[in-house]
Design a binder for this molecule. Structure first.
Ligand code: BGC
Length: 270
């Protein structure tokens, strides 16, 4: 399927939020390598976003860096308008921006609760709404069976409860039902909405969970497949979900987690 020269997204355009680092950067690079023109959204790291843009261009692709805080309606609208001005249309949105602000429940401030919900859930709402509006307004694609595709970046914690991270788990549980409800609502317009639920992927968001030998060993015990995921593992999943290879996949969460959601602690217990 991913043989050299196979460009499933050739000529299409994709906007990836939170694409200056981690999973978002890998998704932007993978979509670019699959032939898409890519909007690389960032909020506070312009140099990192430009580096992603340059790597896509070096691969022969087209890309542009777009600044916006996804939790702010006006900035999201300006970003989508800039995307359209640059590339003419939108075929794929990967709503990926996400943060953690961890605290034990009793110590969690309203600001920590609110900021995580604002970015992880409201940010996806604002971007997905803008994408749907544009998919409906623009002429149908000549290059894809779908009128548009949305991929919501979730987490294994849309399913696995996570003590000490209640704000984050609540946001991802929300992403899951927002994604499924939206998928149900817009499938009749040939818009496909799906989610990806990464497990433990080696990125800055969870550095403390893999950067020391001891932490890494503890983490790998939670992963039946026996390795921490790489951002590229998620990039490949995003290419597939954005392409017509997954044309009949609607409203599904694709877990990319090395089996983390198989409850490995139960293997010899329970
Ligand atoms: C979190 C990471 C965590 C992983 C598995 C992700 O959604 O952002 O910090 O390592 O889930 O628990």
């Amino acid at each position: 399927m991913s043989s050299p020269g196979y460009l499933p997204l050739q000529g299409q355009t994709a906007l990836v939020t939170g694409a200056s680092s981690g999973i978002g950067a890998a998704v932007a690079l993978a979509l670019g390598a699959a032939g898409a023109s890519v909007g690389v959204n960032f909020r506070s790291h312009p140099n990192e976003a430009r580096a992603v843009v340059n790597r896509i261009r070096e691969q022969g692709g087209r890309a542009v860096a777009l600044r916006a805080d996804v939790s702010l309606e006006a900035e999201v609208q300006v970003m989508f308008a800039a995307m359209e001005d640059t590339f003419g249309r939108l075929d794929v949105l990967v709503a990926n921006s996400g943060i953690q602000q961890d605290a034990s429940f009793a110590d969690m401030s309203l600001a920590q609760w609110q900021r995580v919900l604002d970015v992880n859930l409201t940010g996806q709402f604002l971007c997905a709404r803008e994408a749907v509006r544009r998919f409906l307004a623009q002429p149908p694609s000549q290059l894809s069976r779908a009128r548009g595709k949305i991929i919501c970046m979730s987490s294994v914690h849309e399913l696995i409860p996570w003590a000490g991270h209640v704000n984050y788990a609540a946001s991802k549980g929300g992403v899951m039902l927002m994604m499924r409800s939206l998928a149900q609502e817009v499938a009749c317009h040939s818009i496909r909405v799906n989610g990806i639920a990464p497990g433990a992927i080696r990125t800055p968001i969870n550095r403390s969970a893999w950067s020391t030998e001891e932490a890494h060993e503890r983490l790998v015990r939670l992963i039946p497949y026996g390795r921490v995921g790489e951002p590229e593992d998620v990039g490949k999943a995003a290419v597939w979900l954005a392409s017509d290879d997954s044309d009949y996949v609607v409203g599904t969460t694709l877990f990319v987690d090395g089996g983390m959601t198989l409850y490995p602690a139960f293997k010899d217990n329970g």
